[in-house]
Design a binder for this molecule. Structure first.
Ligand SMILES: [Zn+2]
Ligand SMILES: [Zn+2]
Length: 266
């Protein structure tokens, strides 16, 4: 089975490989296509994202690669748009909508950088209530889907990254299920994101299997992405994700074609 990856970070943000190194890796892996999605600029934390003044160079380099490798592999220009970023939608072939921060009382709390920072957010911004923080995060995901009109939803339940969330608690489960129902009204394409596995945080991708089942019942669609920060990881855990999708009941997943999605039979 040939794969595509739309969630690729390069040295323009916090990835380890250049655009060219990623394209060469995708060709070596016989991938169908490759999309780049470096982090949009976030004023509250500039440590990992693209600089505003680099947007042009990033687009130029990806579009140059598209020409250089035409006939070998289709290349798409995307962006991972954070909740706290403004992005000119027309510049990009696709947009991944992700929430990485909660800003409260003028303080910017990264929610998927480290367990310590997520715990600080729960303690200092939500009075120690995990559920209040979770409600805030999923409300932001809904709002992001509504206002940004993304092509797909990035790492829907990334809040689970450090296993701090009460993932088996009925209230948490119903919060996430209801949030997914709302998000799917605005965007029905969700990524399976294997980035938490390649970095050793998780053993299963986002979203959790019960959410994949729920998405199927909603008529939602799945795109398999690696959230790759190294050219070697472009298709990390993709075969296992296909197996997971089969087990959950899917008969296809989706790959981007430049303007929309094609279905690939499982
Ligand atoms: Zn992300
Ligand atoms: Zn990412």
């Amino acid at each position: 089975m040939r794969f595509s990856n739309l969630h690729t970070h390069t040295t323009f943000s916090d990835g380890k490989g250049t655009v060219k190194e990623n394209v060469e890796s995708a060709i070596a892996k016989n991938m169908l296509s490759l999309g780049f999605s470096d982090h949009s600029f976030t004023a509250c934390d500039t440590s990992y994202c693209m600089k505003l003044e680099d947007y042009g160079a990033y687009a130029d380099e990806v579009l140059r690669a598209r020409e250089e490798y035409r006939g070998q592999i289709p290349i798409f220009l995307g962006i991972e748009k954070d909740y706290y970023s403004d992005v000119d939608r027309s510049t990009f072939d696709y947009v991944i909508a992700s929430v990485h921060y909660i800003v409260r009382g003028g303080i910017c709390y990264p929610i998927d950088h480290s367990a310590r920072q997520q715990e600080e957010c729960i303690r200092d911004a939500f009075g120690g209530s995990v559920m209040d923080m979770a409600r805030c995060y999923y409300d932001m995901v809904i709002e992001h889907a509504q206002s940004s009109k993304p092509t797909l939803i990035g790492h829907f339940d990334v809040l689970n990254k450090f296993s701090i969330m009460p993932e088996r608690d009925e209230r948490y489960i119903s919060l996430t299920v209801d949030a997914m129902t709302e998000v799917a009204k605005y965007c029905k394409y969700f990524e399976i994101n294997t980035g938490g596995i390649s970095r050793g945080w998780r053993t299963v991708p986002y979203p959790s299997d019960y959410l994949l089942r729920h998405l199927l019942s909603l008529g939602g669609e799945v795109v398999i992405n690696s959230d790759s920060h190294h050219p070697d990881n472009l298709d990390f855990h993709f075969n296992e994700s296909v197996q997971l999708l089969r087990e959950v009941g899917y008969d296809h997943f989706c790959v981007f074609n430049g303007t929309g999605f094609d279905k690939v039979k499982l």
